[in-house]
Design a protein around this ligand. Structure first.
Ligand SMILES: Cc1cc2nc3c(=O)[nH]c(=O)nc-3n(C[C@H](O)[C@H](O)[C@H](O)COP(=O)(O)OP(=O)(O)OC[C@H]3O[C@@H](n4cnc5c(N)ncnc54)[C@H](O)[C@@H]3O)c2cc1C
Ligand code: SF4
Length: 548
């Protein structure tokens, strides 16, 4: 017999981000008698949310039309002007707006903290009677005898590093639900299992990702232009044949949010996304804003970049994927919060209809169909070749081809071509094909080292718990990750979690500083042998982002 307690409900939602909370709110709007549970692994709603963010309000307008008058923090800073810069090593070229398809404009959007928007959505959900449980990761999935998803199990508490039970041991709880919505964001670990179990990616391209590294700065008030939005491409990634770009958003309270996304399909194992970001801040056009300012927060998170062709089958018996768990980011717009919310709302509508028909644990095919005929599909189809064009043909030619393709689709004359993806880890080359990159030392003013940076993510994990970064085969890690690829984990991890020590002594050891992990999921994506699996640590562990 199970020693676990159990709790029945109508719908359990795994993840309290924009997608999960939009789904919860929509469910209660349709039928306030429904019992809806939201599980969130962060210590509070918003603690693990890291985004830009410039938000297209289309989904918020549909969900809570009065949001601007209801103290929603996102209403504070409408976008006032926007720029797209192509950076050389010291100069910049500003792309004329006329060259860009109109849907890339940020007019009508808002810039602010997605974490704070999520906190506000959490309050709206609770006011409607949603049971929101922060500090409760969903660690496992329950299935009924027919193989349908029947709910989830929350993470055990008080387990020692060796697996024994500490005095404060508490087994996780079983949450039994008629429907389970997976809203874990990019590279969710239960989502990954659902994709494998139900073969959800059989008819789509594999998902691909970028790693976004971000800081918040208090800047000189003289330089602050509320609502100014700047995107960059080109340098410094142009030096390592890698692609991605930066953003600098002037937000509320005299702060700018700056960030840098490196596509994880890079070939050179010596690339360090963290250090590319540090270099980028030294570009004269970026540095100008930061000089005289102060860095106040740091974090990192993977972002989906696969686009429409990587959207998997969304529904399976008893459950569905919503938001970035499925992957609805519009890459050229660097926006996924509006599509995440809309997908949550569409799933909620399908769940509420199924429950009112007396169904439970069925396959929500109506949800899958609704997404494919919604504005999410219209929007993502227009940009479906943009990411792969740049990934395949490089920054300059790729951007030009992507622009032509987006314009043609906007004008309704797009060619019937859908470019393909291959998983990011397969792109990593052997180290002997590349030279190490000599990154400049941080100056402690504009640029910083990894460990000082992590302290600004306010990350904390309960001590003495099993490591949540599972290396499946340590011998393979040494022979291949170190032996062939020169230990890229020490460079791609933005939190300094992985280190190879005693290499020169001929006795290499892979040290995992799991307490530093900011839950970005990059190791799960980029390990060249897919030998590292990220699983949920004890509840409340991870970053404590204030307003990322
Ligand atoms: C650097 C960067 C910049 C971006 N800029 C923008 C932008 O400017 N505009 C925009 O619209 N979008 C932007 N995005 C994309 C946007 O952040 C995402 O599309 C959006 O956050 C997706 O929402 P979500 O709810 O699906 O997932 P998330 O926001 O990732 O939320 C998932 C939640 O689920 C929780 N969770 C995960 N697994 C579990 C589990 N097993 N149990 C319990 N809880 C769990 C997480 O802690 C998290 O709170 C950006 C993303 C990044 C990384
Ligand atoms: S250990 Fe993995 S998930 Fe954690 S911060 Fe490093 S790369 Fe990201």
């Amino acid at each position: 017999m199970s020693e676990r307690e159990s709790m029945p409900c109508d719908v359990v939602i795994v993840g309290g981000g924009p997608a999960g909370l939009a789904a919860a709110i929509r469910l209660k709007q349709i039928n306030d008698a429904l019992e809806v549970v939201v599980l969130e692994k962060g210590s509070e709603i918003g603690a693990h949310i890291l985004s830009g963010a410039v938000v297209d309000p289309i989904a918020l307008d549909e969900l809570l039309p009065e949001w601007r008058e209801q103290n929603c923090p996102m209403a504070e800073t409408p976008v006032t002007d926007n720029w797209h810069w192509i950076l050389g090593k010291s100069g910049k070229w500003s792309m004329p707006h006329l060259l860009m398809p109109p849907f890339l404009s940020n007019d009508g959007c808002y810039t602010g903290s997605l974490g704070n928007l999520t906190r506000w959505l959490g309050e709206q959900a609770e006011a409607l009677g949603v049971m929101v449980f922060p500090g409760f990761p969903a660690a496992d999935v329950l299935f009924d005898d027919s193989g349908a998803v029947a709910g989830v199990v929350t993470q055990d508490m008080g387990v020692a590093a060796d697996g024994s039970h500490k005095p404060d041991y508490q087994p996780g709880m079983e949450i039994h639900a008629k429907y389970t919505l997976f809203a874990e964001g990019a590279r969710g670990n239960l989502t990954k299992r659902m994709k494998a179990k139900f073969d959800l990616e059989a008819d789509c391209q594999p998902q691909v990702y970028g790693l976004g590294v971000k800081e918040l700065w208090d800047i000189d008030p003289e330089k602050h232009v509320p609502g100014r939005v700047i995107h960059t491409q080109g340098w410094p990634l142009s030096e390592s044949d890698t692609w991605g770009g930066g953003f600098l958003y002037h937000q509320a309270n005299g702060q700018v949010a700056i960030g840098f996304v490196t596509a994880l399909d890079y070939e050179n194992p010596y690339v360090s996304p963290f250090q590319e970001f540090q270099r980028w801040k030294h570009h004269p056009a970026i540095r100008e804003y930061l000089e005289g300012g102060k860095r106040v927060a740091y974090g990192a998170r993977a972002i989906n970049e696969g686009g429409w062709q990587s959207v998997p089958k969304l529904a399976f018996p008893g459950g569905a994927l919503i938001g970035c768990a499925a992957g609805f980011v519009n890459v050229p717009r660097i926006k996924g919060s509006h599509t995440a919310m809309k997908s949550g709302m569409l799933a909620a509508e399908a769940v509420a209809a199924a429950i009112s028909d007396g169904s439970e644990k069925t396959e929500l095919s109506d949800y899958d169909a609704a997404v494919r005929s919604s504005w999410i599909a219209d929007e993502l189809k227009k940009v479906k070749n943009a990411q792969p064009a740049v990934a395949k043909f490089g920054g300059d030619i790729g951007t030009a081809l992507a622009g032509i393709d987006m314009w043609m689709r906007t004008l309704g004359i797009g060619l019937p071509i859908t470019m393909k993806h291959t998983p990011d880890y397969t792109h990593t080359h052997r180290a002997d094909l590349h030279r190490p990159i000599d990154y400049p030392k941080p100056d402690g003013v504009i640029s910083f080292d990894r460990l000082t940076s992590v302290s600004y993510s306010y990350t904390n994990h309960a001590e003495e718990q099993p490591c949540h970064l599972k290396v499946k085969n340590m011998a393979l890690q040494e022979a291949s990750e170190l032996g062939v690829f020169a230990g890229p984990s020490a460079r791609y991890c933005p939190a300094g979690v992985y280190e190879w020590v005693d290499v020169e002594e001929g006795d290499p050891k892979f040290v995992i500083n799991s307490q530093n992990c900011v839950h970005c999921k990059t190791c799960d994506i980029k390990d060249p042998n897919q030998n590292i699996e990220w699983v949920t640590p004890e509840g409340g562990g991870g970053p404590n982002y204030p307003n990322m």
